[in-house]
Write a protein that binds this ligand. Sequence first.
Ligand code: FAD
Length: 465
Amino acid sequence: MRSIVWFRGKDLRAADHGPLTEAAAAGDVIPLFVLDPHFFAPERARDLPHRMQFLLESLRELEANLMGLGSRLLVVPGRSVEVVPALAARWKADRVLAHRWVEPFGRERDRRVAEALACEGRALKLFEGETLLVPGSLRNGQGGMFRVFTPFGRACQARLDLGPALPAPRSLPPLPGDIEAEEVPVPTMEGLGMVGNPRLQAGGERAGQARLAAFAGGPIASYAVDRDRMDRPGTSRLSADLKFGTLSVRTVWRIAAEAGASAQSFLNELLWREFSHHLLWEWPGLLERPFRPEFVSFPWRDDESAWQAWAEGRTGYPVVDAAARQLRAEGFVHNRARMVTASFLTKHLLLDYRRGESHYLHWLTDGDWAQNNAGWQWSAGCGCDAQPWFRIFNPVSQGQKFDPDGAYVKRWVPELAECPAAFIHEPWKWSSAQRGGSGYPEPIVPHAWARERFLSTAKGHLGRV
Ligand code: FAD
């Protein structure tokens, strides 16, 4: 049996990789990565600079790993829907093995590839790997998808039966002698017209495993307490590994679960991740539309200068500004800061969540369609959430609670380096002489006024629809 193992940017690893293990057990293995212009055309790649850097590093490491195992990754440019069936025919492969994608465009690509392969009697076999359970397989009492996280999480955890992890193969068969292709090297950032960012997390399976080991060996025990603190490194920082599959979510779950009861709040976050993927599987239109139909025609404002102030970190609210600056500098933002800043954009500034969503997708290293969309819709009040739409984060009290000494703010907002902790989240109360010299702006909108504006706008709109 001859199998193509089609790696696709969400499973860049050798360990716990169903397609690779199954192919290796069955005969010839041809590892393939297609540089699809959908992502790798320079103008597309420039739209995801941090994700691209992490992906290319991970791809290079995968290439070296497969070489070390005795095989070789073939990197071929072209449109997947054409290249994969054509290569399968040319190489006389019996089947193509890959991991399932949840996003609508990945599903459509796979449908077309499967159809083209089937015309010549070949199969595309999809494995679960991005999620813990098969998306769409978990149903509520009425036979539909859960609309509330808590019962979903409970049902998911009760159903989980992951079995033992698949170890990385000890060796792979060499590429068959008759295989040739129009191969190209793994691109570089420079080749795609970009400059690498030295402040990003390192990509690759080894770095991911090291991050997982470090987290499981210590911080997981205090995760429940530290996870909301923006000033502490209390979370796992595994989001990009999970996004690009340098770690499988099943491996992360298994290892975390070994930590016992103290790991439950971390496992809950993996369940939130799972929820967002199942939501998108069930409702693929979520990438375009709010979950709550009454928000479809919501009167978001059009205010370019407010948008620029938010995106550049000049709103005068320290946590919001720290998050905006961290995003661009490091491609990462703490979850609490993501919630505060997304709430600020949509509720304080009344700007469309989709603009924030695509800005985040542009800059985040872990930018993931399902999780980012769910996070933005949740924050904007139009998503799948048991809480009412009128929850509005107060950026001052959130800062005081989750960054009590202002260490997070001071790291990203140097204008406030001299600001005493007592005023760090309300610098307008700091003496005006000192504040004036700092160059830090006045609040773009007063909190109480902005809160009322959102509530009255939303009530007016929801009363009409
Ligand atoms: P940990 O706290 O260590 O959590 C472990 C893992 O659980 C994470 O790596 C992530 O995969 C998952 N997770 C944690 N929190 C959530 C959550 N609220 N929803 C879904 N999954 C979660 N996460 C992304 O991976 N990609 C995104 O593009 C993304 N965009 C977001 C946008 C907004 C507006 C919000 C509010 C949240 C977003 N999140 C996103 C969720 C969350 O902020 C990040 O997963 C988390 O901050 C990553 O840090 P960590 O790996 O240290 O998380």
